[in-house]
Design a protein around this ligand. Structure first.
Ligand code: FES
Ligand SMILES: [Fe+2]
Length: 392
């Protein structure tokens, strides 16, 4: 699991004023709160006094109040009140908790889990412009928990060749050949436009069946991913003017558990009564994916490329994996096995931007990484991706 990336922590609607909201990401616990100005604060959820969970406490105004001894922390993570010592007590300098940058987009709360300063942080990914065009696009939303590793899950979404075998409702087993067209590099990932042979019309059900009942040609599919935000967009055009965009971002909850935040925009049947049908179709497809990804070995990525036999049809997944490996090279991979080994005795936290400015004087230690840190990673990646041949 990688630090220094944006992750979706929650649906915006689930984080309200006056109520701490706990989430687990990258194997660590966090607490969110909506502040009086409408923005969202995110802190490590482990109190630096004696380790209680702030998400089980309360919000006092814009402060997080710990349930154990009532210490209060402001949105920056600074302790501002220690009730047992009275108002005159000088609060110790180490009484502070890591706090993380947040942003809202697509009515999701994104959190930057890492310590890069603002000028080195890339923006939240922007892969779904249809979200802001409700006149033409109807959006449904879905959150799915899967007992699979985030990288395996995301690689599956970029894998076009599996459709013919895993998804009967939109794959065609009789026409499994992939169209091998050049892949374009983007600012933080890659994109490709392919076509696929749709299944027979009788396989389709619901509103799409009635729209697509007559003879039609191939389905045009644009696929794009961004390592920034660990997200992808799949945009099939079933026939001219009839298309949908599925956009999803994967948040690693732990090494073997992923929460996928998904949106689907459609430009057909945009009346709300068709939402449930689309949600059911999407859920079925994801369950089919999870069914096969849970059987994949090894359960975690990345493996060395030579440990699998990747072919030209797997090129999108290969590029994704290459980028993950680059981020590991930058020293952004958490040494999760060490963290787990020491879990019963030691609290580690994801390092925050404030910790980087002032690395000393924190109660909890920053989590160990698998490699030495290199902090200009996003700049290095952006330069590499603008010169694709240099990235190979
Ligand atoms: S453990 Fe949080 S105030 Fe004591
Ligand atoms: Fe799939």
């Amino acid at each position: 699991m990688l630090i220094n990336n944006w992750y979706v922590a929650a649906e915006s609607a689930d984080v309200v004023q006056g109520q701490p909201h706990g989430v687990k990401m990258l194997g660590f616990d966090f607490v969110l709160q909506r502040l009086s100005d409408g923005s969202v604060a995110c802190l490590s959820d482990v109190c630096i006094h004696r380790g209680a969970s702030l998400s089980k406490g309360a919000c006092h105004g814009d402060r997080f109040a710990c349930p154990f001894h009532g210490w209060e922390f402001d949105a920056s993570g600074a302790c501002v009140k220690i009730p047992s010592m009275g108002d005159d007590f000088a609060i110790p300098k180490r009484a502070k908790i890591d706090s993380y940058p947040t942003e809202e987009k697509y009515d999701w709360i994104w959190v930057f889990l890492g310590d890069l300063p603002e000028d080195q942080r890339p923006p939240v990914p922007n892969l779904l412009p249809e979200y802001d065009d409700p006149e033409h696009w109807r959006v449904t939303r879905m959150v799915i928990d899967a007992d699979v590793n985030w990288q395996k899950f995301e690689e599956n979404s970029l894998d076009t060749a599996h459709l013919s075998f895993v998804h009967k409702s939109f794959g065609n087993r009789l026409s499994p050949k992939a169209t091998l067209v050049p892949i374009d590099r983007t600012a933080y990932g890659a994109k490709v436009a392919r076509e696929r042979v749709p299944p027979k019309a009788e396989v389709k059900t619901g509103v799409l069946a009635s729209l697509l009942s007559e003879e039609r040609g191939k389905t045009q599919v644009e696929l794009e991913f961004s390592i920034l935000g660990t997200c992808h967009r799949i945009h099939p055009t079933f026939r001219p003017g009839v298309s949908q965009v599925t956009f999803a971002s994967s948040t690693p909850v732990g090494l073997h558990k992923t929460r996928q935040f998904g949106l689907q925009a459609r430009n057909y049947a945009i009346e709300p009564q068709f939402d449930q049908e689309r949600l059911d179709g999407r859920r079925q497809a994801i369950m089919e994916d999870i069914g096969v990804v849970t059987t994949v070995r090894p359960a975690l990525g990345p493996t060395a490329f030579r440990d699998e036999l990747l072919i030209k049809a797997d090129e999108m997944e290969s590029i994704f994996r290459h980028l993950v490996m680059r981020m590991i090279d930058f020293g952004w991979e958490i040494d999760s096995e060490k963290v787990e080994r020491e879990w019963n005795h030691k609290v580690y936290v994801i390092p925050s931007p404030a910790r980087r400015l002032d690395p000393k004087g924190w109660v909890h230690e920053a989590c160990p990484m698998t490699r030495p840190r290199r902090d200009d990673g996003w700049q290095v990646l952006a330069a590499e991706l603008s010169k694709p041949e240099a990235a190979e």
